[in-house]
Every structure is written in C-alpha cells, then in structure tokens.
Design a protein around this ligand. Structure first.
Ligand SMILES: [Zn+2]
Length: 304
C-alpha cells in the first residue's frame, strides 16, 4: 500500500513539481518520506490541482494591487496614423487645473476631417446637432454629435463633429466610420470629445472614464485607483505616478460623477513597474504596483 502511494506521489511530483516540492528536500531519509507519503495520500487530487484552476481572487483592499482583465470592451474611435492617444491635460473628471468644466469625457486632438469610428457594435440613438439639451444641461454643447447604444447598458458619444456619416436608428459595427472630427458646439479648437456612459445614455452624469473601457494598445495596460476612508467614502488627493522615464500628475475625480467605481485612473500606461504617491491628512502614502499589457491594475488606498 505504502509503495503504491509512493508511486502516486512520484507521479504527482512529475506532473506538478512546484506545488508539492516543499517537503522532499531530504527525501532520502525514510522518516521524511513516510511523512510525505502520508500527507500526499490525505490530499485529494482536486485539492492539489485546484491552485492552477481556480486561483484565489485578489482582494484589492488587502493586496498592494490586483491585476484583472478589466472590461476593455471598446475600440479606439480614432485610428492610426491619426492621433489615437487621450489628451493628458484634460482627462476624465478633471477641470484642467480649475480652468474648465469638469470633463465628462476625454479628448482626442486631431485636425478637422479626421475619421471618427464606432467604438463598438451597436445602434445609433442620435445623430445630428444637439439643438435641444438632451445629452448635457446645455443646448449646442456637443455640436454635431453621434450617440451609440451598445450591449450591457453601455453608450458612447462622439462630439464636435464636422461631418456625420450615420443616421439615428442605424446599426453600426465596430470600427465603422461614423463621422469626422470638427469643432462644432462648445469646442475649443478641433478635436474629438469622446464619452462612455452606463445605464441611461441621456444622463450627463452617467459618464464613466473611457480610459477604463477602451482596449489597451500593444504593451499598454491601465491603472484604476481608489482613495477611500475607513467608511469607504472617496477622498480627494493629488497623485504623482512615476514609471521609467515618465511622471504623471493626476487629481482625483471632481465631485458629481454618480457612477464612480474608482476616483483616479491612468490609461495608456506602458507595462512595467509604477510608483504611486500622494499626501493625505498630513501623511505620505506610497505604493509600488505593476501594469501588465492588456490588463487592468486595481489599487485601493484606505486613508486616515
Ligand atoms: Zn471634451
């Protein structure tokens, strides 16, 4: 019986060496071997193989950071060789250092006439001039605007267009050209203003950070950061995010974004090691985290 168990153990060792390698350092000693065999027979096969099949979920409140798949279901509305990078000086939920309205989307700075593409499959629920204040509290705010409804209560909005190529109620496919960049409405210079909304597509306050919904480009991931107090209420801070050769200064989101899941984010983050620091309540906070290509790094600070 013992011999059969030993053979089973050898077999298991050959299959999954890393998982059961701990005891056999002194495997030549009889006592050690006996103990090892007994342990091995007590562990059901499922328990031995489970760590690779169902990894323990990462708890972002307990871990330094968690890396997840995120929900990168959208494609970029601007395609290379045009500028497909989000403008850093006026990111989502920022006021550009107090100079602008809190931003409900992101900008892709491009010349008028640059093609704009559907970020996902869906149906156009509006295409035209926003003469009526439906999608924001102000009329003619977005100018020529297209709004697309996708699955899962997700909407995307494309504003300030110079030209619209689709009609209301039209079905569109990911990457389909829907219009061209312009500066209609309350635009400062030509650019695409791009939003993602969840739940109610007409609700200006249902916007979410598009940087956490757009599929990362090659070698890039995204960072989702929450700064919370013990009661799990979002707290404001000014963050410095550093990685090899780059600095990012990011303020936590302005108030008034109802659908907040995080209160700071950085998309288009090249994979690698990052250091996040900030001051809160007189204390200095620091965290080192990894960003992986195509994935979301979730970081939660509980501050005092
Ligand atoms: Zn904008």
């Amino acid at each position: 019986m013992k011999r059969i168990s030993f053979l089973i153990l050898l077999f298991l060792m050959s299959c999954t060496p890393e998982q059961i390698l701990t005891p056999p350092v002194k495997a030549t000693q009889t006592e050690t071997l006996t103990a090892t065999v007994q342990t091995a027979t007590e562990i059901p096969a499922t328990a031995i193989s489970s760590p690779t099949e169902t990894p323990i979920p990462c708890d972002p409140f307990a871990a330094e950071f968690c890396i997840t798949d995120g929900h990168f279901v959208l494609q970029r509305p601007i395609l290379p060789p045009a500028n497909d990078s989000v403008e850093r000086t006026y990111p989502f939920a920022s006021t550009a250092a107090g100079t602008r309205e809190a931003h409900h989307g992101v900008e892709f700075i491009n010349a008028s006439g640059t093609s704009v593409h559907a970020a996902g499959d869906g149906q156009v629920i509006f295409a035209g001039m926003d003469d009526k204040a439906v999608f924001s509290p102000w009329k003619k705010f977005y100018g020529n605007v297209v709004v697309i409804q996708h699955g899962n209560d997700l909407y995307t909005l494309y504003a300030h267009l110079s030209k619209i190529d689709v009609e209301t109620r039209q079905a569109v496919k990911t990457g389909e050209k829907i219009g061209e960049v312009g500066w209609t409405g309350a635009a400062i210079g030509s650019h695409l203003h791009f939003e993602a909304r969840r739940g109610d597509g007409e609700d200006y306050f249902s916007t979410v950070n598009p940087e956490l919904w757009l599929a990362p480009r090659a070698d890039e991931g995204a960072l989702s950061i929450s700064i919370l107090n013990a009661q799990r209420v979002f707290q404001n801070a000014e963050l410095t995010i550093q990685t090899a050769g780059r600095f990012y200064y990011i303020k936590t989101y302005e108030e008034g974004f109802k659908s907040m899941e995080e209160n700071a984010a950085l998309g288009e983050a090249r994979q690698g090691r990052y250091r996040i620091t900030f001051y809160f309540g007189g204390s200095f906070y620091e965290r080192w985290v990894d960003v992986a290509a195509g994935r979301l790094t979730q970081v939660i600070f509980v501050v005092k």
